[in-house]
Design a protein around this ligand. Structure first.
Ligand code: PAF
Length: 279
């Protein structure tokens, strides 16, 4: 596996592959790799000739009171894992490489970024959109792969790449889960043993609510409100949202009559968990 820390070296490797007629998959990450990330790398290996994994803890997508300072990181371990999986190139720039002094440009995503996590984490999707656009321009991959656990992020990235005519196919991959249903996430490392045993309730509640909505398509809001209440009364410290949305626009749906996604964000102690299911 080639390891590079500069944009020049990334560009040189990616363009030599392109000149040789190889297709390139990009898998952007913030490190603390788990099986969910590795499933994206394996998908990249199936759909493209070469895979580039990026590890960059992007400060611009964290709010002032969020967990940038405590976000798990272990570059040495991540590097070994990627070698075993067989990624072709690892790009690990530092903050100065990505945001040199005087950096002052941002990509402002449209309405799909304003609701749900966008409403609770102001500036988050601007940070995501900016870094992902930079990574796409720097590596110019044929395909870039993102997990469906961050469903709103996936839609934001699809929209910016289509609005900005970035010549890349955005590919999504299903959420990887623990055997008890908890969606894999680097933030699961924050959970204490008792919080960890409560955490799978988020997915179970979403699955049950989805079945109820299918049976009663006229009352999604009531069903979501009940799910929200169940999470709170079971020990979640707060629930940011449980809501049924149009699966393309993320507009709230008062009636389930078209492809939809049921999405939730809830906190256990200091840990914010997100998850979603398709209807
Ligand atoms: O999903 C993530 O890990 C991050 O938001 C991403 C896409 C790597 C951008 O920093």
């Amino acid at each position: 596996m080639i390891i590079v820390r500069t944009i020049d070296a990334l560009r040189a490797a990616a363009s030599s592959w392109r000149r040789a007629g190889k297709t390139v998959a990009l898998i952007p990450t913030m490190g603390a790799l788990h099986e969910g990330h590795l499933s994206l790398v394996r998908l990249g290996q199936i759909i493209c000739d070469q895979t580039i994994v990026t590890i960059f803890l992007n400060p611009f997508q964290f709010g002032k009171n969020e967990d940038l300072g405590s976000y798990p990181s272990n570059l040495a371990q991540d590097t070994e894992i990627l070698k075993v999986v067989g990624a072709d190139l690892l790009f690990t720039p530092d903050d100065k490489e990505m945001y040199p002094d005087g950096f002052s440009t941002g990509i402002i995503p449209g309405p799909v970024s304003k609701t749900l996590c966008g409403a609770f984490r102001p500036g988050h999707f601007r940070g995501v959109a900016t870094i992902v656009t930079k990574l796409l321009m720097q590596s110019q991959p044929d395909k870039a792969i993102f997990g469906e656990k961050d469903y709103q992020q996936l839609l934001v990235i699809r929209k910016i790449s289509s609005d900005l005519n970035i010549p890349v196919e955005i590919v999504s991959a299903p959420t990887e889960r623990e055997p008890d249903g908890l969606a894999l996430s680097s933030r699961n490392a924050y959970l204490s043993p008792s919080e960890r045993s409560l955490a799978p309730l988020l997915y179970r509640t979403l699955c049950r609510a989805a079945e109820e909505i299918k049976a009663h398509p006229e009352t999604p809001d009531e069903i979501c409100a009940r799910a929200d209440q169940e999470l709170r009364s079971s020990g979640f410290s707060s629930v940011d949202y449980v809501t049924l949305c149009d699966s393309e626009t993320l507009e709230n749906m008062q009636f389930y009559d078209r492809p939809a996604r049921l999405l939730a964000a809830a906190n256990i102690g200091k840990t914010r968990l997100i998850d979603n299911v398709q209807l």
